[in-house]
Design a protein around this ligand. Structure first.
Ligand SMILES: [Ca+2]
Ligand SMILES: [Ca+2]
Length: 306
């Protein structure tokens, strides 16, 4: 399960990187070009009037119509377009261009599934953007809206009331309610930790694997703070013994012991290779000498061509 999670995380990162490249090519849209024909003319003013008269409701071009930028489509917008066409004004109050970039890149919970505890708030960090601004993120638990946040890179929070597997989804929409994306997962919540005098590892996040520069970030709670962290990275190692039998074992390729940093980046290209699986063991030690230990896996893969 953990292996699968690590692979999924890596795949998500690959997808998001590709998406960013693709998004860079999206051209800006013209304010006032309500019918999307790359020109502002009398047809656009008419389109706004028809929208207001409920004859042809705008779908997806609301931002183009809101030329005065007050987040509403009113008769003032239609009039403003007419003033622009009559050269009374040379630019719309909202500006010349706007962008339609939207992407929900990733959602990172502060507790991994299966590590979230009843009664302890879980943060879901939302990475992405949905312009026209302001974007809005929504957190649903079992299809019920439990938290909302405005703006990019926001954090949504929920405290799970009981043990179980929940359907958690996060949506990100633009100012007009159009979706940048929806992230959905089955999320397991477990019993509270009985012994809070010892540290508890809530998350090990691994990013940057497609640059051969994995960053491992560890989150821990409980015990007495002032943790130290130890990291051990092992790879699968195969060799033939004297009887010509293929032996599969593992060996430590990297370690850092008892350091203060809860995050390390491995930039040594001699260690990490593409298409290889690695196990990461993390040991958290608190100031009383109590420890928590967790092992997860990751794989390094190059970014696929766009
Ligand atoms: Ca037009
Ligand atoms: Ca308006």
């Amino acid at each position: 399960m953990k292996k699968l999670l690590a692979i999924l995380l890596t795949m998500l990162m690959l997808l998001s990187t590709v998406a960013i490249t693709a998004n860079a090519a999206i051209p800006p849209q013209l304010y006032g070009d309500v019918d999307y024909d790359q020109d502002v003319n009398i047809m656009d003013a008419t389109a706004v009037q028809q929208h207001l008269a409920n004859i042809n409701i705008l779908r997806g071009t609301e931002e183009a119509a809101d030329v005065d930028g007050d987040c509403k489509i009113t008769i003032i917008d239609a009039t403003t377009i007419q003033l622009y066409l009559a050269n009374v004004i040379t630019e719309f109050p909202a500006g010349k261009y706007y962008f339609l970039d939207k992407r929900l890149e990733d959602v990172v919970p502060s507790f991994l599934s299966g590590k979230a505890l009843v009664g302890v708030p879980v943060d879901f960090e939302v990475y992405g953007y949905a312009s026209p601004d302001p974007s809005k993120a929504r957190l649903y638990v079992n299809n019920e809206l439990v938290d909302t946040a405005i703006g990019e890179d926001s954090t949504l929070t929920y405290t799970f009331p009981q043990v179980g597997v929940y359907e958690v989804s996060v949506s990100l929409t633009d100012k007009w309610g159009y979706y940048a994306g929806v992230w959905t997962t089955e999320y397991e919540v477990v019993e509270p930790v009985a012994d809070t005098t010892k540290p508890y590892i809530s998350n090990i996040a691994i990013t940057g694997t497609h640059y051969l520069e994995p960053t491992i970030t560890v989150s821990a709670i409980y015990g007495s703070s002032d943790y130290t962290y130890s990291y051990y990275i092992t790879e699968e190692y195969k060799y033939y013994n004297e009887n010509n039998e293929l032996i599969t074992t593992s060996r430590i390729v990297y370690s850092k012991e008892n350091i203060k940093e809860n995050s390390i980046t491995i930039e040594d290209y001699d260690i990490i290779e593409y298409f290889a699986f690695y196990d990461v063991k993390v040991v958290v030690t608190d100031s009383n000498g109590n420890t928590a230990e967790e092992t997860t896996s990751f794989r390094c893969e190059p970014i696929p061509p766009a």
